[in-house]
Structures are given as structure tokens and as C-alpha cells.
Write a protein that binds this ligand. Structure first.
Ligand code: XMP
Length: 430
């Protein structure tokens, strides 16, 4: 490792990530570790220049105050304790340090160098992956999402043709999405890419299924089966690449914090398909993953794309999916994205998409009453997807999108804009 590191030990703080990000924003690498790390484990971490004991509201577990292994106090590294009254180090703060205090600790006390940047990170990871993988092969499910795309680009740089990417098109991708995965990875980055068009298979399984959770189960389950079938066709694969990122690991829970959600990866592969994991992004926050992708030369449209649910357009073609309505969702979504980009809203709005309900409404065409589908536009902003507010989209932009959808998308006679925040509405419709 080239980078100096400040280690944050979690003594029950709810703000470990804030502290880690504060340090990284100074250009110094930082990692969060559990409070009961042993002196041996600490020694294995390279270039540790300082330690922060990060206490807080969860510092008492089962009635007992948690503390670090006493031997750590003698490890020779500069230490600071935040909101941790029992700490045996000299420097204690009652609350989070401000920038000046943090700078003083990191640079003046610890003498850490500000050498955390994506170029160094990539060089380090390339070396680590090469060491881990040797001349063996790595398999990667490449969905085209930000994380899997960045992992793919990094692994291509590290092991080239020893990486086999499998892209499964489940038929619920947005317009031109699978095509752009093939274009970028096969044609531009020369990846060893297996493209599987499983659209018919997925649509067949989903036929007549209206319950959203059932639809999700079918799409998720089928995805694993298709991926497994492809994995079995390939020989001599020992590793599975994964786009695990730092929040996935932190949210799996620490010893002093309750588990937020279980950290499951591609999960669900059968027991006899055993792979060792390669997770080169597991220390990065989302914005760092994007910066890493840009540094690796991925197109901005791929790196800055909005979140897209795993079940894809399958949960935006409401109720039982039909080809006709799926096409209406896909085409209207493409128009929305094009017009949002033209209006400069694509970088401003967190998530925006269209939905097509499973009923028709009355319209009029050539002086005659006729039935048509309805397209609902949703555009929301959020920080963590737990709550969301509606973007105040300019009326002219909405009007242009409406006109285009009515003119270009077959069978649609009505366009609505969803004004509902979350809660009470969720971001998706199902
Ligand atoms: P809701 O609809 O729950 O959505 O307010 C919150 C965020 O999660 C995304 N979402 C999903 N992502 N698989 C995913 O990978 C899913 O089944 C799924 N359902 C919702 C949604 O797009 C939003 O960003």
C-alpha cells in the first residue's frame, strides 16, 4: 500500500463514516475497524499513522462500557479519543473535531501524507488483485450498473483476459443499455465478455404474474440460474469478482451497532460452485467508486448513471407484464432521459423514470372514442432513498416530454406527473 492511513476504531459511535469521510476529504486514507481489533491485527494494516477512538451513544453494550485492548494504548501510534470518557490517551474531544482540529491531528501529530487519490488507489488494487489471482481466472456478473462496471474496468486493467464478464440481458433493461455494455466492454476495453440474451426466458417466466414481490422473486431467482448455467460452461474459474462497496460492509453491522441490513452479494449460487471473492472496491464510498471509474476511462454516462433497480423495467410495467406495455415503458423512459439531459436535469435529479399502469383510459382519435395507456413520470430527489421529495420540473420541459411521448410511443394517450413525496408514496410504484 502506498497510502498512509488513519484508523478509526468504532467504540459505539454512529458517526464513523462521517469521520472517515472527513479524513479522506483531507486526502488521507482512513478505515473503520471494530473496537476489539487485536494488536496483531492492527500491525498487519500497513502505514497506520494514527488512531481515532470513536466513542458515542452506543459505547455501552450489555451494561458494560466498551474499550479497546489495553495493549493498543502502547502501540506507539498517536491517538485521539472522541466522546470516549474511559480512554487512556491524552487527547480527548467531547464531540466530532472540526476541520482545523482534524488537520492538526492528521498532519501535525500523525505526520500523515495527503497521498490518497484514485491513481494511487488503482495502482495499489491492481497490484493486490494480481497477487491474489496469479494466473487464474475471475468471473464477474456485469450488470452495467456503476459498481459492477467499475470493478470490471479495474479487473481488466489488473488481469486482462483472465477476467470473464457475463452480462445477462433479462429483457427488462432500459433502451440501449445492454448494447452500451457490449460496446464499452467488448469493443472499447476488449474484455472477455459473454453476452447472454435471456429476454424470452424471463418474459416467459413472468407471464401472467401480477404480484410485485412474486415478480421480484422470479427475476432474482432466474438471474442466478442463468448466471450459474454460464458459470458451469466455463472452465477453471477460481474467483468471483464483486462490486461490494464500503457502505455494504458498514451496513452489515459492527459490534457496537445493530445490523442495518444483511450484506449479501450475488449470493444464492449453489454450494458446489465455490469461488474466492475479489472485491477491489470494498473500501470505497459511492462517490469514490465513480471517481475511480472516471480515472479508469469509463464513460460519464455509465459512471454517473442514476440508480436502477435490479428487477429493472419489470417493476415499472405495473401488474402482469405485457410486451406492449413494456415497450411503452422503455420508449417513454428513453424520451424522458433524453429530454432531462437536454434540460440539464440529468445531473441534478436523483432518480427519474416512467411507469405504465395496467389499465387503459379513454381518449379520442380521429373523432372516435378509443382506449390507450397512461404514462406516469416520476422525478425525485433524496439523500438515502428512505425519504424523497418531488423535483419541481419546469412546465415547458414537462410539456415537451408529454408531446413527444404522445407522438412517439404507440398506444399511449395520457401522460401524468407524480406529485407524491416519500412517504407516503414509495419511489417505485411496486
Ligand atoms: P422505494 O420504491 O422502496 O425505492 O421507495 C427506494 C430505492 O430502491 C430502489 N428499488 C430497488 N432496487 N431492487 C433494487 O435493486 C428492487 O427490487 C428495488 N425496489 C426499489 C428504487 O429504485 C429506489 O432507488
Amino acid at each position: 500500500m502506498k497510502q498512509d492511513m488513519i484508523v478509526i476504531l468504532d467504540l459505539g459511535s454512529t458517526e464513523n463514516t462521517t469521520v472517515a469521510r472527513q479524513i479522506r476529504s483531507l486526502g488521507v486514507y482512513s478505515e473503520i475497524h471494530p473496537h476489539d481489533i487485536t494488536p496483531e491485527e492492527l500491525k498487519k494494516l500497513q502505514n497506520v499513522k494514527g488512531i481515532i477512538l470513536n466513542g458515542g451513544e452506543n459505547r455501552v453494550v450489555d451494561g458494560k462500557a466498551v474499550d479497546v485492548d489495553p495493549a493498543l494504548y502502547d502501540c506507539g501510534c498517536p491517538m485521539i479519543a472522541i466522546d470516549h470518557p474511559g480512554a487512556r490517551c491524552e487527547r480527548r474531544l467531547e464531540s466530532l473535531p472540526d476541520e482545523a482540529q482534524m488537520r492538526e491531528f492528521v498532519f501535525d501529530t500523525c505526520h500523515a501524507q495527503a497521498n490518497w487519490n484514485m491513481k494511487n488507489f488503482i495502482e495499489d488494487q491492481v497490484e493486490l488483485v494480481r497477487r491474489q489471482v496469479g494466473d487464474r481466472k475471475v468471473l464477474l456478473a456485469l450488470s452495467g450498473g456503476v459498481d459492477s462496471s467499475v470493478v470490471a474496468a479495474l479487473l481488466i486493467r489488473a488481469v486482462g483476459q483472465q477476467l470473464v464478464c457475463v452480462h445477462v440481458n433479462h429483457g427488462l433493461m432500459r433502451k440501449n443499455e445492454s448494447e452500451s455494455v457490449v460496446e464499452v466492454f467488448r469493443n472499447q476495453l476488449h474484455a472477455n465478455l459473454v453476452y447472454v440474451d435471456a429476454s424470452e426466458r424471463f418474459l416467459g417466466k413472468l407471464q401472467g404474474v401480477a404480484d410485485p414481490e412474486q415478480k421480484r422473486k422470479i427475476i432474482g431467482g432466474e438471474f442466478i440460474r442463468v448466471f450459474e448455467e454460464e458459470a458451469r460452461k466455463l472452465e477453471g474459474i477460481d474467483f468471483l469478482g464483486q462490486g461490494t462497496i464500503y457502505p455494504d460492509i458498514i451496513e452489515s453491522g459492527t459490534k457496537t451497532a445493530k445490523m442495518v441490513k444483511s450484506h449479501h452479494n450475488v449470493g444464492g449460487l449453489p454450494e458446489d460452485l465455490k469461488f474466492e471473492l475479489v472485491e477491489p472496491l470494498k473500501q470505497l464510498f459511492k462517490d469514490e467508486v465513480r471517481a475511480c471509474g472516471v480515472e479508469l476511462g469509463l464513460p460519464e454516462s455509465m459512471v454517473y448513471r442514476q440508480p436502477f433497480p435490479g428487477p429493472g423495467l419489470g417493476v415499472r410495467c405495473l401488474g402482469a407484464i405485457t410486451r406492449e406495455r413494456l415497450e411503452a415503458v422503455r420508449e417513454s423512459d428513453a424520451i424522458l432521459r433524453e429530454e432531462f439531459q437536454r434540460a440539464g436535469l440529468d445531473k441534478k435529479v436523483w432518480q427519474y423514470f416512467t411507469v405504465v399502469p395496467d389499465f387503459k383510459s379513454v381518449g379520442v382519435k380521429d373523432n372516435a372514442r378509443c382506449l390507450g395507456y397512461m404514462v406516469v413520470i416520476r422525478a425525485i430527489n433524496t439523500v438515502d432513498a428512505m425519504t424523497a421529495t418531488v423535483e419541481r420540473v419546469d412546465w415547458d420541459v414537462l410539456q415537451r416530454i408529454t408531446e413527444r411521448i404522445l407522438a412517439e410511443v404507440a398506444q399511449v394517450n395520457r401522460v401524468c406527473f407524480d406529485m407524491s413525496p416519500k412517504p407516503p408514496a414509495t419511489i417505485e410504484f411496486e
